[in-house]
Design a protein. Structure first.
Length: 269
């Protein structure tokens, strides 16, 4: 497990060394002290690989795709939802730590963490069609039909041109006027951006126009106590199946993928 965890340990230490914050302090900055949150109802539970360090999760054309991270273990996968088995995969060279994933037309677009390079694949064959460069950390990735949307672990979301991958605009995410940081895996649902908040049990729903957090979703208790022992095995992975209008979530190294329904919380958000 040390080999599998070492890449993420490097992420944890280097990011917060640069930021000058402890992990605890950063999480406190990301999550307000008091707020009302929506809850959830589990509709169905599916098996998921406990070796998959989930960094990206997306449905496209009825198929489930996943980006798994860690140096030497990073890959792009297509999974069978019912069984959790891998249908096909592409393993990235060992120098890359795979990150966010989204679909664009008949392609899949995948980020890497610190290598400043992204990959564009043929969705059906996983053949690499092209690469692109950027000068920021790659974390989460989604799209709204016009632009790609990328997170870098801060309070910023970048909107990217899907042809040139140039930055079109930067959106700052706030809740009651204060920055919401640690934005990680992303999904775009019904005109809103959903984001995991790294190292927490929360998903935030963000206005793509203003950057305001419109809702918090608490997924506390989703994974049974004791199901994972690795401290890096945190909630990460949001996928919307548009054909069936179903919402799925999972986490890094989690044994399960959950279909859930969001349950509205008390007023006062």
């Amino acid at each position: 497990m040390l080999a599998r965890a070492s890449g993420y340990h490097e992420l944890t230490m280097s990011f917060f060394r640069l930021a000058g914050l402890s992990l605890l302090a950063a999480v406190l900055l990301a999550v307000p002290a008091a707020f009302a949150a929506d809850g959830y109802h589990v509709i169905r539970t599916y098996p998921h690989s406990t070796h998959a360090f989930v960094q990206g999760l997306v449905f496209s054309h009825g198929h489930l795709y996943e980006s798994d991270g860690l140096y030497g273990h990073s890959m792009l996968r297509e999974d069978d939802l019912a069984t959790g088995q891998t249908i096909k995969s592409y393993r990235l060279p060992a120098q890359y730590f795979a990150e966010g994933l989204t679909a664009w037309g008949n392609t899949l677009v995948q980020l890497t963490w610190k290598a400043d390079i992204g990959f564009v694949y043929d969705r059906k064959t996983f053949r690499v069609l092209r690469t692109f460069l950027y000068d920021y950390q790659g974390w989460g990735l989604t799209q709204n039909g016009q632009s790609l949307i990328e997170s870098d672990g801060s309070d910023k979301l970048r909107f990217l041109n899907p042809k040139t991958f140039g930055v079109e605009r930067i959106l700052r995410v706030t809740y009651r006027g204060k920055p919401v940081t640690q934005l990680n895996e992303l999904e775009y649902i019904h005109g809103k951006i959903y984001s995991n908040v790294w190292m927490t049990n929360y998903i935030v729903i963000i206005s793509p126009r203003t950057g305001d957090v419109l809702h918090w979703i608490s997924l506390k208790g989703l994974l049974p106590a004791g199901a994972v022992s690795n401290p890096n095995a945190v909630l990460n992975g949001i996928a919307w199946q548009p054909e069936t209008r179903q919402l799925f979530v999972t986490g890094k190294l989690w044994p399960s993928l959950f279909q859930i329904r969001v349950v509205p919380g008390p007023p006062g958000k």
